[in-house]
Structure formats: C-alpha cells, structure tokens
Design a protein around this ligand. Structure first.
Ligand SMILES: O=C(O)CCC(=O)C(=O)O
Length: 471
C-alpha cells in the first residue's frame, strides 16, 4: 500500500505510541472504506492487527479519545492533517496524576482525534462529499469478504450478551380486537393495554394483511436490493429527511462503527415517495403501506380505549389522517462472524407505533426489565412496538422500548418496518389527560419532524433519544 505523506510523518513521529497509532489506523480504515478504497482498508487492517485495539480506548463518533498511563512520555504535540479533503485535527496533552503507589508517578496521556470535516457536515446537515463512494454490506459480502472488517466491529458488553430465551412477547389477536362481540373486544383491549404498558412490544396475529401481500412485498424488497449499486445509488439522497434514501449502516456520517445492514427509507404518507425501479416495486409498496396503515389505525383506536379515551382521540389530536408513515426496508446479508458486529444497535423508534414484517429469520432482540429477549416471530405475524411519541403523548404511561437487530451466518434477513406518527410539522407533548399533580410533564414538547431529524443525525448510542427531551 502506498502510504500517504502524512501517514509516513505520523508513523515516524509517534511510532512508539502504539495505541494512538492503532486508533488512528482504525479511523483511517473507516475513511478508506467510506471512500471505496477497500484494498487500502484491508492492508491497513493487516498492518495493525485487530487484536488488542479498543481495550484501552474509548471512541465517540469521529472524535477518538485515547487514554493510557505511561511514564515515558516526554512532551506534548499538536498536529493537523488532511485526508481526502477532510481535515483531521490532532491534539495531544499530558496530565500528571497523583501516584497510586508511593513509587510510581502516573502520567496520563490524552490524545484527541477530531474528524473535523464530518463533524461540521453533521451539524450543518450536509451530505457526504460528492466523490464519496459508499460501500454497501451486500457489495462487501459479494466481494468475497471472509472476515468482518475492523470498522464494522462493535462488541456488546458481556452483560448485554446474555439472552433470556424463556420469556415471550405477548400475542394480540387482531380479530378479537375488531370483533363485534363486546366481551371479546374488551378482553383484547385490556391485553393490548397490558402489552403496551409492560412490554412496549407485541406479536399481532389474525390481522387483515393477506399473506400473499406480505410475501409479495418481501420479494419486491429483495429485488430492490438486487438492483446494481449504480441504480440503487440514484436513491442515496443527501439529507436525513429526504423522501427516499438508500444507504448502509445507520448514518455513516455519525456511526462510530458501521453496522451490517443496508437500508431503503421512504416517506410513504401523506405523499407516496418510492423508487420507480425495479418494475412493479412502487405498486406493491403502495398496496402494502395502505393495508398496514389500516391495521395501525385500528390498533391506535384500541390503544385509545385501553387508556380510557375516546377511540378517535389520537386520530383527532395528532391529525393522523395526514400523519407520517415511513417505510424502512432493512437488508442484513449473512455475516462471517456475527458476534463481532451488529445489524442495528439498541435504539427506540421515534413514532407512535411501528409494524415490523420479517422474512422468518429471527434477529430482533428486545429489552424487557433490563434483560435482552430474542424474538421468534410466529408465522404470518407482525411484531408491533410502541414508539417514543406514544411515550411522550401518554407522559410515560406506555413505554418505548430498546431493541436491536443481530445478524447471522446463514442467509440474508429482510425486515420491513413501517413507522406511523403525527404529521411532521405537528408539535407533540404529553396530553393533558396524563398530567396531574402526581404526574408532572415528563417530556418537552417537540415538533415531530425535528425529533426525527435529531434522531437520524445522531449516533445510535444504545439509549433512547427520549433522554434528550426528558424534563
Ligand atoms: O430489523 C429489525 O428487526 C429491526 C429493525 C428496526 O429496529 C428499525 O428499522 O428501526
């Protein structure tokens, strides 16, 4: 690999500080991959060796913070570098700490690496530079990649790796929820309320979306991802709220490690935006999103009743007729070492309700009472979860729950989420029915569009975006 001039300088200057060099190489690996320089990225990975990296480092987005204790550091340095037109600023400093034992004085060395171009890009909502070549996971897998590149490595902490297989998310029978028998219906409403309050997730069976349509939309999604990269990149979009966006990972501008997932996100209501390719895709999506909207409309009515409200309360309060519906198609190709990476890290969803369809390959895990539970979907079922805006509206009564997607070695997993919420311009805060002397407002009101913009422009940092608006 031909080293760039600044890499040589850096290597000479700091070669004894192996942690910093390794950390820099890790970030540089990311840059190479983002710029489509896969050979260079591979060579870099070979040079640095993956073992040991990360043990003594903490990385935050494009700001890498490196800390270790040593007695041999003699000075501090500052340097600013450029790579592919993006400025990297480096600042090194020393801190002398009180000795832990009488014989050893500790000198802590702190290195800061700031990927300036990208940080500004994120803040201003700018796109990646035009010449940037995005590499999809599908492309990576098809290029015969037999290991997980270092920039895709994101390890789960040991306590978060434990799975509790014995618990199951509740099941709701849609036919009972819409039954003309009042006893059956009120029992189903009670179960729905319990599921929203205690789990934030449930499996929906006996619903109104035909199996043939579910299979058709999964096949159509596969054909979209089977288009050539050039064709798909026509839909790459620039900003997080663009009506159609094809991409990889979560948001490559902010992800500190890349995720094993390609995606297509489309705003499908109140206006339908769908790629015109492949043939028949937009018609199938249109049919599917209409049916899923109908289903979610009924669920929202049931949820209102379970909260003791009139069944159209949410429809009227949040103008659901003109509400936002987003379709998020997730494509997780098989991965050589699934334990080293994530399909999607823990996050909550922004809307009121999300409906998830998957191709019978498990991969979703949800957090329940602090434990991670793998979800095995029942045939022909949907998984439904309450989102941040239902938690905001109910002032915390119904919870939006953390969930994550893991990948597997065997086959491509496809999931299609439709997220349903208020119109983008509506400001949502806790409803007066849920506020009282014992229940003060727990969240600041925020415009739904601003909330999505915020969530999609920030790293998924394994906690709920709601933490930013909690009072
Ligand atoms: O693929 C999955 O199972 C989860 C997808 C998801 O959480 C999302 O799209 O936000």
């Amino acid at each position: 690999m031909a080293m760039l001039k600044w890499e040589e300088r850096l290597h000479r200057g700091f070669s004894s500080w192996k942690w910093i060099i390794q950390e820099l190489y890790l970030v540089l690996g990311n840059i190479y991959t983002r710029h489509g320089m896969l050979e260079e990225a591979d060579e870099l990975r070979r040079l640095m060796g993956i073992n040991g990296v990360g043990k003594e480092t903490r990385r935050r987005g494009y700001v890498a913070e490196i800390q270790f204790a040593t007695n041999s550091v003699e000075g501090s340095k500052e340097q600013s570098l450029w790579c592919h037109g993006e400025k990297l600023a480096l600042a090194f400093g020393l801190m002398v700490l009180p000795p832990r034992s009488p014989r050893k004085t500790r000198v802590q060395f702190v290195g800061l690496l700031v990927f300036e171009g990208s940080q500004n890009g994120v803040q201003n909502g700018l796109a990646l530079p035009e010449e940037t070549k995005m590499v999809s996971v599908k492309e990576l897998v098809e290029s015969n990649c037999r290991s997980v590149p270092s920039n895709y490595i994101s390890l789960i902490s040991p306590e978060d790796s434990i799975l509790y297989e014995t618990e199951n998310v509740p099941t709701i029978d849609f036919s009972q929820l819409t039954s003309s028998n009042p006893i059956e219906r009120s029992k189903a409403i009670q179960q729905l309320g319990d599921a929203c309050r205690d789990w934030g997730f449930f499996m929906l069976i006996n619903h109104c979306v035909p199996e043939t349509l579910r299979e058709k939309v999964l096949r159509a999604t596969q054909s979209f991802f089977d288009l050539s990269e050039e064709e798909k990149k026509e839909y790459a979009g620039e900003k997080v709220l663009d009506p159609i966006r094809y991409g990889t990972s979560f948001n490559v501008m902010v992800d500190k490690a890349l995720f094993w997932r390609d995606y297509l996100k489309c705003h499908v209501h109140p206006h339908l935006h769908v790629p015109s390719k492949p043939h028949g895709f937009s018609e199938t999506v249109d049919e599917y999103i209409r049916k899923s909207r109908e289903l979610v409309g009924e669920l929202l009515k049931g949820i209102c009743e379970s909260l003791g409200l009139e069944e159209n309360y949410i429809h009227k309060r949040l103008n659901i007729e003109l509400g936002t519906q987003l379709l998020i198609a997730n494509f997780y190709p098989p991965c050589p070492k699934p334990e080293l990476t994530m399909g999607l890290p823990a996050h909550t969803d922004h809307g009121l309700l999300t409906l998830l369809l998957q191709n019978q390959l498990g991969g979703l895990q949800i957090q329940h009472k602090g434990k991670w539970i793998p979800v095995n979907p029942l045939p022909n079922s949907f998984l439904v979860n309450t989102g941040d805006h239902l938690e905001i509206l109910t002032n915390g009564k119904y919870k939006s729950v953390l969930h994550r997607a893991v990948v597997n070695t065997k086959a491509t997993r496809i999931s299609i989420a439709t997220a349903h919420g208020a119109p983008l311009e509506i400001i949502v805060g806790p409803a007066p029915e849920f506020i009282g002397d014992d229940n003060p407002e727990a969240y600041r009101a925020i415009k739904y569009g601003d909330y999505i913009q915020f969530q999609q422009s920030h790293e998924l940092d394994r906690r709920s975006c709601l933490d930013h608006i909690r009072i």
